[in-house]
Design a protein around this ligand. Structure first.
Ligand SMILES: Cc1ncc(COP(=O)(O)O)c(C=O)c1O
Length: 461
């Protein structure tokens, strides 16, 4: 086994100790042994500081999650007060506690679903996993146990547990992990920019996608399909906003074949798109809805799965046959997470965060278009609310994409980091998902630093 610390000129540095002890996700592990970690020590508002004392605008809210920014004292207080009062409680055998009741009630009152019940878990992946299991549970209760298959989009990200990674439409989540599981099927991504055929209009592309979807359902046998999972906007796929009319057509097909719809709002819920839920922005009426991240503004790991009346009635009916509802997790509905999430929603409401996002959306996109629109390698700027993707291309006309081995997107992200800005390169799309508390001056700084980074990376091509 290589001793990475022995070779390091600073063997006791945090960087060397990290390399010798920590395993990093979404990271090339071999390259990490050369490059080492970026160690972040503190954060305030939209800024984080590394151990060398350098400041960065956190243009990605960490992993699309710290929506209310760093150092939000109300969340710290909610957390410590709840820890003092009842540090742990669970929901098995009918036990409950006030924070979880209050949070569930609040979620039900704001959810874009007419009737809902709430199941809690600790991460988006777990809730997506539970959603898949509840779809099976539902169809078994409905006397249709053959409805076992799931549909999701290529490029979609639904998590990294076994079922949620199977739903995820990205090779990196499957390769060498023996995934996806059987029956987790992927259909074309509604990404007109990348997937549209030459000369095809957006409307034609949408019609083609819907035709392909229906053909796939018929080929698989509609009676074998349990549910379709989709994000309202495909965030980790490259901030892909499905075209006008796509979700309307998709939902009509799902209704025709009685297939459940699961909305994965792990990124889009709680104001990100300019509505409390992305389903409202994008016109989705889900049977099940998964949320996490912004739910507690990432101050505590908690996720929620909203279940509509139709599915809950079937779960209830199963309890007439089975001794108990068999889903459980030690930390499901953790009182500290529930108290922090309840306080976060209070802040979203009292500080009018949704209205703020609506007001800042044109400021953000106008600034992006003004600063980046003229750069040759910027092919498209897309998104909603305070969620954007900048699609980089080798040539705009005729449209030519960079070969993936050029790693142009990552070069831009690295240049941005040198400029004091964290963004995420998803292939050659630069994702932006700043904390929702960002102000106009900080938006200006973010966009300026990104523009400089793209120009620097383009000059070194
Ligand atoms: C849309 C979506 N669903 C699910 C997940 C998984 O959430 P978690 O990382 O909390 O398990 C993510 C994480 O980025 C996500 O973006």
């Amino acid at each position: 086994m290589t001793d990475f610390r022995a070779d390091d000129p600073r063997p006791n540095s945090l960087e060397a100790r990290d390399k010798a002890s920590v395993v990093h996700g979404l990271t090339n592990l071999r390259r990490h042994m050369e490059a080492g970690p970026k160690v972040i020590e503190s954060g305030r508002g939209v800024m984080v500081r590394d151990v060398e004392g350098k400041d960065y605008i956190e243009g990605m809210s960490g992993l699309w999650c710290i929506s209310l920014g760093y150092g939000e004292k109300r969340l710290v207080k909610a957390c410590s007060e709840q820890m003092e009062k009842l540090a742990y409680g669970h929901l098995t055998n009918g036990r409950s506690h006030p924070p979880v009741i209050e949070l569930a009630e609040k979620l039900v009152s704001i959810a874009p679903m007419p009737t809902a019940r709430v199941w809690f878990a600790n991460s988006g992946s777990e809730s997506a996993d539970c959603a898949a299991r509840l779809c099976w549970y539902y169809w078994n209760a409905a006397g249709k146990p053959e409805r076992r298959k799931f549909l999701a989009h290529r490029k979609a990200y639904h998590g990294n547990t076994i079922a949620s990674a199977s739903l995820t439409g990205a090779d990196y989540a499957h390769d060498q992990f023996n995934l996806p599981l059987d029956g987790f099927l992927h259909v074309r991504c509604p990404d007109f920019f990348d997937e549209g055929a030459p000369g095809e209009t957006e409307a034609d592309f949408t019609a083609r996608l819907l035709r392909e979807l229906e053909e796939r359902i018929l080929a698989e046998g509609p009676e074998t399909i349990a549910a379709f999972f989709t994000e309202p906007i495909l965030a980790a796929g490259g901030v892909i906003v499905p075209p006008e009319g796509y979700f309307e057509g998709l939902q009509a097909i799902l209704r025709r074949y009685d297939i459940l719809l699961v909305a994965d709002e792990v990124v889009t819920a709680f104001g990100r798109t300019g509505e409390m839920f992305g389903s409202t922005t994008m016109g989705l009426s889900p049977d099940l809805l998964v949320c996490a991240k912004g739910l507690s503004s990432a101050y505590f790991p908690i996720s929620a799965l909203l279940i509509n009346g139709r599915v809950f009635e079937a779960m209830l009916a199963q309890s007439d046959r089975l001794p108990l509802f068999g889903l459980t997790m030690t930390y499901s509905g953790h009182p500290v997470g529930a108290a922090v999430a309840r306080e976060a929603i209070r802040i979203y409401e009292e500080d009018e965060i949704v209205e703020r996002v609506r007001r800042l959306e044109p400021v953000f996109f106008d600034a992006l278009r003004r600063r980046l629109g003229g750069i040759d390698v910027v092919g498209l700027i897309r998104g909603r609310g305070l969620l954007a993707g900048v699609r980089l291309v080798e040539s705009r006309a005729p449209r030519r994409f960079f070969a993936p081995e050029r790693r142009f997107g990552p070069a831009v992200a690295q240049a941005a980091e040198r400029n004091g800005l964290f963004v995420r390169a998803i292939g050659d799309t630069i994702a932006l998902c700043p904390p929702l508390i960002i102000d106009e001056r900080e938006i200006g700084m973010l966009v300026e630093r990104l523009g400089d980074a793209i120009e620097t990376a383009a000059r070194s091509l």
